[in-house]
Design a protein. Structure first.
Length: 563
């Protein structure tokens, strides 16, 4: 299905940019914290003027059309201006996660044959810099770590803006997004201007974003979800993007933006809930929400404290949302839509309908998306005009990603309920068999394990063991508390109770023998998690497998390890 044949040229990214330049030049569209407690607003006029000037500079460098130009930065206004400039100049953007280790940075820059790298806001720059190939030209954004690269502001000041309205055809390559690589080396997913335009066109039929909308941009723009929801929806319908400054200022950033649209991963929705419960016991909150006369006041106060009192569209994705959590937010008057997508399908596959909660499912396909379940192995497969062009320089991997009749292998297992809502039951390749010959799907168990307040991440494993076991990593606060014997005993007792409650809901062959609490943090640098903080199951098993038998034979519910 060719996406360029189903989208109008005026809906493509650059055409939309020029639309806003002409129709609303003085409208403020981006608000950027400056790192000193102040913020800077940018109008469409300023955004596009800077983009035109940088595009003219890129043209002056003489790279052949379609050259790859990389961006390594946390989210900021200049990230978007840079992307616009790359497109105007006729090139292809290659965004890198701002948390990558040096080796992965080098791998992506070399594989993509990037001609130039923009360096922006970053933490841990000293560890990243060695990954930049010698001789690769770089340009520095404002707010970047100290460096001796040519500065964006200087280049923009000294370069006349590119004239006219250069556009790109829908089927032209616009970007290469490298997947976070849970199963090996990152793959470069190629998307065109039309695959994004089509995906936005379909997605906006369900997502109520308009020119008066506000959004806080904090999840990496190098990820397809943020790229679509922030950058491409801004181009499609307008609105106002607020950028987050840091983890420490996140609450203040949220309060400043008071977003009308807010997307997050389940873990953050859980942390919001835990923060509310720390101030008001769950039983008291539930009791107050049942009293009609005070319900509205309580809802407004709780959502106002979170900065979400203006939110009209809340969504969760990347992992399943626990049904109890969905119900909790619905009681607060903030129903959460569950979305399902991946880089290869431009982030657009399924979603629940706003206001129609279907806990445990990701709803139905978006308009124009076809989905099916392979009867042989239960794999979810899908097809749409938003599908990638393929993996960059990897024709064999591209061939393997698609069925012979052109449907995308998602790698996820699923089932449909009576209404046709899709329930994701795990990963096709993650199933493992115990020594009793029984198959275990780890994902649903992990989704329950990670709901404990002290658990930051977890893995359920145990191929060829009598029973599976769970490995959990504590969050930093709990890890610090665990150094104190009394607190450690309290954490252990709480985890043991958590495990007992989970086991009571599982089939006998799925019940976990024990929980192993590891004290080594799982980080991007040591290879245990991806830049989007998905745990690399194969890495966990490679490092810990030698201990499985000993842990299983220990006959203890909670085991502390310092592997």
């Amino acid at each position: 299905m060719n996406s360029s044949s189903v989208v109008a040229p005026e809906s493509l990214a650059l055409q939309r940019l020029y639309h806003w330049e002409k129709s609303e030049p003085d409208r403020v569209v981006m608000t950027q914290p400056q790192g000193d407690g102040t913020v800077r607003d940018f109008t469409w006029r300023e955004v596009i003027d800077q983009s035109r000037r940088m595009a003219a500079h890129l043209l002056s460098l003489g790279y052949e059309p379609g050259s790859r130009i990389a961006i390594l930065s946390k989210n900021c206004a200049h990230w978007l201006m840079c992307d616009f400039a790359i497109w105007m100049a006729g090139h292809v953007s290659v965004p890198l996660y701002p948390t990558l280790a040096a080796g992965t940075i080098r791998q992506i820059l070399e594989h993509s044959e990037s001609k130039l790298l923009f360096v922006g806001k970053l933490d841990g720059w000293a560890g990243m810099k060695p990954g930049i190939p010698a001789g690769l030209p770089c340009i520095s954004f404002p707010l970047s770590p100290k460096n001796d690269y040519p500065a964006w502001d200087t280049l923009v000041r000294d370069t006349a803006p590119m004239p006219g309205e250069p556009v790109r055809d829908g089927d032209e390559l616009s970007t290469i997004m490298y997947t976070s690589g849970t199963t090996g080396a990152p793959k470069g997913v190629m998307h065109s201007f039309a695959t994004f335009a089509w995906s936005l066109q379909s997605g906006l039929k369900r997502v109520p974003v308009d020119s008066n909308g506000r959004i806080l941009s904090y999840l990496p723009l190098s990820h397809v979800a943020e790229r679509a929801l922030v950058e491409h929806s801004l181009l499609a319908v307008g609105g106002h993007v607020f950028f987050a400054e840091s983890l420490e200022t996140f609450t203040a950033d949220l309060q400043r933006a008071r977003p009308t649209v807010f997307f997050s991963v389940p873990r953050l929705w859980v942390k919001f809930q835990q923060g509310v419960h720390a101030k008001m016991p769950p039983e008291k909150l539930q009791r107050l929400l049942k009293i009609p006369i005070v319900r509205g006041i309580v809802r407004k106060k709780v959502l106002g404290a979170l900065g979400l009192d203006q939110c009209t569209f809340a969504a969760g994705g990347a992992a399943p949302m626990p049904p109890d959590l969905l119900r909790w937010y619905e009681a607060l008057g903030l129903p959460i839509v569950e979305v399902y997508g991946m880089t290869e399908n431009c982030g657009l596959s399924h979603a629940t309908l706003p206001g129609v909660q279907r806990p445990g499912t990701v709803g139905k396909p978006y308009e124009g998306v076809q989905a099916r379940i392979d009867p042989a192995n239960g794999e979810i497969q899908m097809k749409s005009p938003g599908l990638m062009l393929g993996y960059y320089k990897e024709p064999e991997l591209t061939r393997q990603a698609l069925t012979e009749d052109g449907w995308l292998h998602t790698g996820d297992k699923g089932a449909l309920d009576a209404e046709g809502n899709l329930r994701i039951t795990g990963r096709v390749k993650d199933l493992f068999k115990t020594s009793k010959g029984k198959y275990v799907a780890p994902a649903p168990i992990e989704d329950r394990l990670v709901m404990h307040a002290v658990v930051e991440a977890c893995v359920v494993t145990g191929a060829n063991l009598g029973q599976p076991l769970g490995i959990v990593m504590l969050n930093p606060e709990a890890a610090m508390r665990a150094r104190n014997d009394a607190d450690r005993d309290e954490i252990e007792a709480s985890l043991a109770g958590h495990l007992q409650r989970i086991n009571a809901t599982l089939d006998p062959h799925e019940q976990l023998d024990c929980l192993v609490v590891v004290t080594t943090p799982w980080t991007v640098d040591n290879g245990f998690v991806t830049p989007t903080f998905k745990v690399k199951r194969n890495r966990i098993e490679e490092v810990y497998a030698a201990h499985f038998e000993r842990w299983s034979g220990a006959r203890r519910t909670v085991i502390w390890e310092s592997v």
